[in-house]
Design a protein around this ligand. Structure first.
Ligand code: ADP
Length: 661
């Protein structure tokens, strides 16, 4: 076994790999860019070697720097994690030349699976079902039209070198093929310096289900069942689970068998993932093979009881797989949600900055993978992931319940994040019913993620929590407010919670150490120890444990979050509410007509002109930040009044770009 390994990565995955290495008694070496000198993976490692400036191209992607770090530290092997150099044949080969072990598959397998056209040809030859289509490079737009007609609409135009959902276009007619061909080609060229595209059938309403495989150096290959990753946004995974609620035993065995056959065809060793899409009739088609550890590997670890990183390390050290296919069993259910620093209200644009408060949830059935800590910086140079939250239980319902409770208790401040959005996904009836497809998010959240209109189930909890918080504050005020005990003002039992202009009367009365809450004809018993300043109200409501995030705002107001619903409310005594109703309403500064920059960045284009009519969802401007082009889209229909910034401007956050009429 190795004595020391280097982890050529950062963030949560570097930390996760180190945890296993440490357990195996292997010393760990971190590498880090200048932006990561204080990062968690550096703190966790036994040693750390700086490898260059913040941009990944000048640090985490520099093969010679990593080789150098291996030599300087004496690491015998390198785990590449995911992303960065994990699927880079040149890197794997360079390590081999230097006599350092790559904890992953051989360079030939990486190369064979690195190209979508070539890997599909290989898969077909190995008897694996592939999406019907044309496995040759499409030379130009008119040829694309012919091929598309031949396959039959709808089709998908895909970059052969593609990855990360880039260079893909759906086309439903000739005109869309011409546009899609050009768009996919130029995106592929810009992203991968390789403009080859091909065309295959677009499978409607598919599910993304992938098989985890594992092979050793002695020709043993097994699969560790499936993960369902159908909850995607723009072809990128958001929530993953194992097993899939859709597969039956026969389909599972058939997919597993084909995945193993493909792995065998390239003499695969280490952990790898064979991705399939599955249609409504449970026909499945090979998409691609990822020759590395996947982001979502923890759900497989939980339902198989195995440590994939440990197995990868043991395989790289030459050990034989310690089990055969028939020894493996699925047990329980696990669901992972990817928590990102991004703003769902602003089309999920990355949100950078300092994690002023960071309180991940704990509890039974919860596993957290993270590379951050309170006070850490979410930098513009890398993936804005905050953590992976994995919840598990004996069955899917219990895993979902734990995931929802954990999301309610996951407190992050300082950056925008997608926790409420994830909670809304996990709480949606369709998700709970397991009726998934890759269109789930687009269909369930058309127009993006916004607080639900009207009074939803979470609102009841939110109103009760607000009334209870108000009561606790009043108790404290009166207890500390004056020494003259006899002169304590009475605390009103009846309060009015104002939400969206609606009044909701809630009665709160102490009952022993608990509180009796009466609202809308129902009576509840609540217990909490919440105090001002605590971001979470942990409450026992009747027989349930409930967590509500709570923040006090000026003017007897609170911002509360529960079950994916964020609300701002005011809590007033009945008398104060009556007085308020008589007051003329002050108008707040109205920014709803303005389009503001959601992040610091460079305004690269404005695609509308004054006087133009736009529909909700249409692009307005492009802001370049974090090396990504972020398209700002109209939130509603309207006419552009004026443009207040120019292409080339560097924008501050919330700077006005344009105004609607
Ligand atoms: P990438 O390498 O960029 O991730 P993939 O080929 O793995 O690209 O596809 C990513 C996602 O795109 C899939 O999970 C699926 O949601 C969708 N997709 C890909 N090919 C098809 C297809 N032929 N029909 C329908 N959806 C597809």
């Amino acid at each position: 076994m190795f004595k020391k390994i280097l982890i050529a990565n950062r963030g949560e995955i570097a930390c996760r790999i180190m945890r296993t290495a440490r357990r195996l008694g292997i010393a760990t070496v971190a590498v880090y860019s200048e932006a990561d000198a204080e990062a968690l993976h550096v703190r966790m490692a036994d040693e750390a070697v700086p490898i260059g400036p913040p941009p990944s191209a000048e640090s985490y992607l520099k093969i010679d720097r990593i080789l150098d770090a291996c030599r300087r530290s004496g690491a015998e092997a390198v785990h590449p994690g995911y992303g960065f150099l994990s699927e880079n044949t040149e890197f794997a080969a360079a390590l081999a030349d230097a006599g350092i072990v790559f904890i992953g598959p051989g360079p030939e397998a990486i190369a064979a699976m690195g190209d979508k056209i070539e890997s599909k040809k290989l898969a077909r030859a190995a008897g694996v079902a592939t999406v019907p289509g044309h496995l040759d490079v499409v030379p130009e737009a008119e040829a694309a039209v012919e091929i598309a007609r031949d396959i039959g609409y709808p089709v998908m135009i895909k970059a052969s070198a593609g990855g990360g959902g880039k260079g893909m276009r759906i086309a439903r007619n000739d005109a869309e093929v011409r546009d899609g061909f050009r768009a996919a080609t130029s995106e592929a060229k810009a992203s991968f310096a390789d403009d080859r595209v091909f065309i295959e059938k677009y499978i409607e309403e598919p599910r993304h289900i992938e098989i985890q495989v594992l092979g050793d150096m002695h020709g043993n290959i097994v699969h560790l069942f499936e993960r369902e990753c159908s909850i995607q946004r723009r072809h990128q995974k958001v929530v993953e689970e194992a097993p899939s609620p859709f597969l039956d035993g026969n389909t599972r065995a058939a997919m597993g068998g084909q995945a193993v056959a493909l792995a065998r065809a390239v003499a695969y060793r280490s952990a790898g993932t064979v991705e399939f899409i599955v249609d409504r009739e449970r026909n499945f088609y090979f998409l691609e093979m990822n020759t590395r550890l996947q982001v979502e590997h923890p759900v497989t670890e939980i339902v198989t009881g195995l440590d994939l990183v440990e197995l990868m390390i043991r395989i790289a050290a030459g050990e034989t797989l310690p089990f055969r296919q028939q020894d493996l069993r699925l047990s329980g259910w696990a669901i992972e949600a990817r928590v990102y620093a991004e703003d769902p209200a602003r089309n999920f644009l990355p949100s950078i900055g300092r994690l002023v408060r960071y309180r991940p949830p704990e509890g039974e059935g919860v596993r957290l993978e993270t590379g951050v800590f309170e006070g850490a910086e979410i930098s513009l140079y890398y993936d804005p992931m905050i953590a992976k939250l994995i919840a598990y239980g004996p069955d899917r319902d219990s895993a979902i319940a734990r995931l929802r409770a954990a999301l309610d208790g996951f407190y992050v401040a300082g950056v925008q994040h997608n926790i409420a959005f994830l909670a809304a996904v996990a709480g949606s009836p369709r998700f709970r019913a397991g009726a998934l497809s890759t269109n789930f998010i687009a269909e369930e959240f058309p127009g993006g993620f916004a607080p639900p209109k009207g009074f939803v189930a979470a609102d009841r909890i939110i109103l009760l929590a607000a009334a209870l918080a108000h009561r606790r504050l009043r108790e404290r005020e009166t207890a500390t407010g004056g020494a003259r005990v006899g002169a304590r003002p009475a605390i009103e039992d009846e309060v009015v919670v104002l939400r969206d202009g609606d009044e909701h009367a809630v009665a709160v009365r102490p009952e022993g150490t608990a509180y009796r809450l009466d609202f809308a004809g129902e009576s509840h018993l609540a217990m909490t120890e919440w105090q001002l300043g605590q971001p979470l109200m942990l409450m026992r409501l009747d027989d349930a444990r409930v967590t509500v995030q709570i923040e006090r705002l000026p003017g007897a107001a609170f911002r509360l979050l529960h079950g994916g619903v964020v609300r701002e409310v005011r809590v007033l005594s009945r008398r104060a509410a009556e007085l308020l109703a008589l007051m003329p309403r002050k108008k707040a500064a109205d920014t709803s007509r303005l389009v503001l920059s959601p992040m610091p960045g460079l305004l690269s284009a404005i695609v509308v002109t004054p006087g133009q009519e736009v529909k909700a969802g249409e692009p307005l401007a492009i802001v370049e930040a974090m090396k990504m082009e972020n398209v700002l889209r109209a939130e509603r229909d309207g006419r552009i009044a004026e443009i207040r910034a120019q292409p080339g401007d560097s924008l501050a956050v919330d700077q006005v770009i344009l105004a609607f009429e």
